[in-house]
Design a protein around this ligand. Structure first.
Ligand SMILES: Nc1ncnc2c1ncn2[C@@H]1O[C@H](COP(=O)(O)OP(=O)(O)O)[C@@H](O)[C@H]1O
Ligand SMILES: N[C@@H](CCC(=O)OP(=O)(O)O)C(=O)O
Length: 371
């Protein structure tokens, strides 16, 4: 089967610090992406750069900070960005070049089953026609609380959606370092990561440029989402011709994030990444083990504490006794029902409350964030 590769390119790689597109770099990336087509891959591009491309045209001196200013800049810049890709890709492929198609998504689109199925249907059709889906956040309509903000998260969700073989997050630094290399030039690169621990997350700082937003931290969070969905990720730099092919083949200039997990079906992607959580349940060690390593469901006996007002069918976060979030699941109980039976045996629970299912969270509706 043809392998799907999702490539994310950040603002810092496509635009200059003063704003405006760097057309030479866009032509270079088009060349690199076309080489993946030549190698027989199906390619999706997640691109940033709309705000950075547009802010000068609209009259701002530097990257705007206010939401409505960013939205206006993105509205101008997104058109410029697509035009630049269209031009750059017209020079590649057969008969008139590789076609490009614009896909703008918001977080709300991902949490709406119908809309995201439609987006997937469109992407599948474009890929069948060897047209490159160029994805960005729909900045003009995304409200602040619900924004991805950075496109790293968006790229990981897209990779999950299309069940990509690999996610490549390209930036201006050749991977994850023990510290921000712009601040400490002695920092060492980490070549391979198997588990994203809290300590690893602490290494990552914010953005180093005036146009980027997420920095290394959001890239690692994105790698974590990809890995959870069984998609290996790469964070690094593509500077010279052939670098992107190398990155796909395992010899790239950056950090590789490995995973042995399986792809997640749509329903579990929704539970794990897209749904809004309505509460939090803290479980004891036994329940933590059962959920993370035993492939078991969560029973009332293992519950220590609950927070939030939730109802059957809502999604809640589950934390361990160290207050680390270990996963998410769909609850079969209302919060008040759990209050009444937390810590009790199954027999006792049956005597006290009437619920459709005895499991508080069934394993089929559970996604763990570790392991
Ligand atoms: N531990 C780290 N290792 C590598 N880069 C880091 C680290 N911590 C922070 N950074 C910064 O993250 C920046 C890349 O993020 P960002 O500016 O958001 O790029 P993009 O626009 O490509 O998304 C790098 O230029 C670097 O300065
Ligand atoms: N949707 C925004 C992306 C924001 C952004 O700067 O993201 P990134 O460069 O990936 O950290 C844009 O196109 O400007």
């Amino acid at each position: 089967m043809t392998e799907r590769i999702v490539v994310k390119i950040g603002s810092s790689s496509l635009t200059s610090d003063e704003g405006g597109l760097n057309r030479e770099r866009i032509a270079f990336f088009a060349h690199e992406l076309a080489s993946l087509y030549d190698a027989g891959h199906q390619v999706l591009l997640v691109t940033s750069g709309a705000v950075a491309a547009g802010f000068r045209k609209i009259g701002y001196q530097s990257r705007p900070r206010l939401v409505h200013e960013k939205q206006a800049a993105a509205a101008v810049g997104q058109a410029l960005l697509m035009q630049a890709y269209q031009e750059a890709f017209s020079a590649h492929g057969t008969s008139g070049g590789i076609g490009v198609a614009q896909i703008l998504l918001t977080r709300a689109d991902f949490s709406n089953r119908k809309r995201i199925q439609n987006a997937l249907g469109t992407i599948d059709e474009l890929l069948r026609h060897r047209t490159l889906p160029v994805v960005n956040e729909n900045d003009t309509v995304a409200t602040d609380e619900l924004k991805f903000g950075d496109n790293d998260t968006l790229s990981a969700l897209v990779a999950n959606l299309v069940k990509a073989k690999r996610l490549l997050i390209l930036t201006d630094t050749d991977g994850l370092y023990t510290e921000d290399p712009r601040i400490n030039p002695q920092a060492k690169r980490i070549d391979r990561v198997q588990v994203i621990s809290d300590d690893l997350l602490k290494l990552a700082g914010g953005s180093g440029s005036s146009v980027g937003t997420g920095g290394m931290r959001s890239k690692i969070e994105a790698a974590r989402i990809a890995m959870r969905g069984g998609i290996p990720a790469f964070i690094g730099r593509v500077l010279e011709p052939g670098d992107l092919r190398l990155a796909v083949e395992g010899g790239g200039k950056g950090t590789y994030f490995d995973t042995s997990l399986q792809n997640l079906p749509m329903k579990k992607q929704w539970v794990g990444f897209h749904s809004l959580t309505q509460g939090r349940i803290t479980v004891d060690e036994g329940a933590e083990k059962a959920l993370l390593h035993g492939g078991k469901s969560l029973l009332p006996a293992g519950i220590r504490e609950i927070e939030g007002e939730f109802h059957p069918g809502d999604v809640v976060e589950v934390a361990n006794l160290r207050q680390q979030t270990i996963g998410r699941g769909v609850v079969n109980y209302a919060a008040w029902q759990i209050q009444a039976v937390a810590g009790l045996s199954t027999e006792e629970v049956r005597r006290r409350v009437e619920v459709n299912r005895i499991e508080v969270i069934h394993r089929d509706e559970w996604v763990s964030f570790t392991g």
